[in-house]
Design a binder for this molecule. Structure first.
Ligand SMILES: Cc1cc2nc3c(=O)[nH]c(=O)nc-3n(C[C@H](O)[C@H](O)[C@H](O)COP(=O)(O)O)c2cc1C
Length: 345
């Protein structure tokens, strides 16, 4: 078992990474059903929470069935982070996670997210402020360092443990790397194998198959892995990893029926969580991911994104099912898209 304060997770837990505009309640529900052991909300600005808690409210929505679940916040000011930690407590998550990893300019450039990696003393003060302000277990998610010449994660891990964090998730890239190149897990392994480190260490970056998850578990000794991009449109990654780790067998991929069912489940979840208009709108960007690999699916996809009524969407999904029923999608590697490549921020 892996223990984060009072939260007990199974051996080698699989974590769904916090992802802006992706890891919302409807998506989390699907990942949970497929075996995610710990999930997080997308990151929430501490300043935003304080100024405009009502508008951030949706991001704070968590539901009983998804526990254990963490709320992730970011910020670069001690008082704001402390106040935000208190606000978050009201919604009763299982843990509070601080983001010290976001590389985008509007966050890192403003001295929050990965920006804090430039100043470990500040990072320690910000973390200590949160730990002091809340009764929730506090965890941190960060990167290896700011750039190639300042990979300070080993010092960061020790010092954050010393001020009371209960777990650390490390993305094996620096801020300068953004999402380029391959994640380097060597330092993640070093942190995990440092005898001074007692808290769980979760590795993150580029896990896209059961084989890789098991290989990295064995090679780097991490307590668990956190999965982001590979879960987008492919929540089955969790059950596939679980099964492989337990049995050594590779599960067949999801059937067309399952893919269509998940589209419907996600659609209904999104409508229930928000409303019909928003739910249908938000789903438009998601069908393509779930239906990847089906030949000539383009025409169906372009129909799906033009519809405004649930029944119409369901009809097209049923048509997809009828058209492709029994079709076996080739088990190709999951593509790890650089979602931030064209990010103007
Ligand atoms: C669309 C998208 C949104 C993200 N939003 C967040 C976020 O809100 N908080 C965070 O800590 N990391 C965020 N990340 C980073 C992921 O949590 C993760 O660290 C990164 O994608 C590397 O893991 P992966 O290779 O498994 O995707 C985001 C990543 C993506 C692709």
């Amino acid at each position: 078992m892996v223990q984060i304060d009072k939260i007990s997770l199974p051996d080698f837990p699989l974590l769904l990474a916090p992802m802006e505009d992706v890891s919302d309640p409807p998506f989390r529900a699907i990942c949970k059903e497929n075996g995610a052991d710990l999930m997080y909300t997308e990151f929430i600005s501490s300043e935003g929470l304080i100024r405009d808690a009502i508008n951030c409210r949706r991001k704070l929505d968590i539901f009983e069935y998804e526990r254990p679940v963490g709320i992730q916040i970011f910020g670069g000011d001690e008082d704001s982070l402390a106040m935000a930690s208190k606000i978050v407590e009201v919604t009763n998550p299982d843990l509070l996670d601080i983001n010290f990893g976001c590389p985008v300019k509007k966050v890192a450039g403003a001295g929050a997210g990965a920006g804090v990696l430039k100043d470990i003393d500040l990072m320690v003060r910000l973390t200590a402020a949160c730990v002091k302000a809340t009764n929730l277990p506090v965890t941190v998610k960060t990167r290896l360092g700011w750039d190639e010449d300042s990979k300070n994660i080993e010092e960061v891990a020790e010092r954050l443990q010393d001020v009371g964090i209960k777990a650390l998730a490390i993305h094996g890239r620096t801020r300068s790397q953004m999402y380029k190149g391959e994640a380097d897990w060597t330092l993640i392994g070093k942190v995990k194998n440092n005898p001074r480190i007692k808290i769980p260490i979760f590795g993150n970056g580029d896990i896209d198959s059961p084989q890789k998850a098991l290989e990295y578990k064995n090679r780097y000794g991490v307590d668990g892995v956190m999965i982001g991009r590979a879960a987008i449109g492919y929540p089955w990654i969790f059950r596939e990893i679980k099964h492989f780790v337990q049995t050594g067998e590779v599960l067949p991929g999801p059937t067309v029926a399952e893919r269509v069912a998940v589209c419907k489940q996600h659609l209904h979840g999104a409508i229930k969580w928000q409303n019909q208009r928003v739910g249908i709108n938000e789903m438009r960007g998601r069908y393509a991911n779930y239906l990847k690999g089906l030949p000539n699916i383009k025409e169906f996809k372009s129909r799906l994104v033009r519809l405004n009524e649930v029944e119409e969407v369901e009809e097209v999904l049923d048509e997809i099912f009828r058209t492709y029923q029994g079709f076996e999608i080739e088990h190709t590697p999951i593509e790890l898209i650089d979602y931030h490549q064209n990010c103007p921020l």
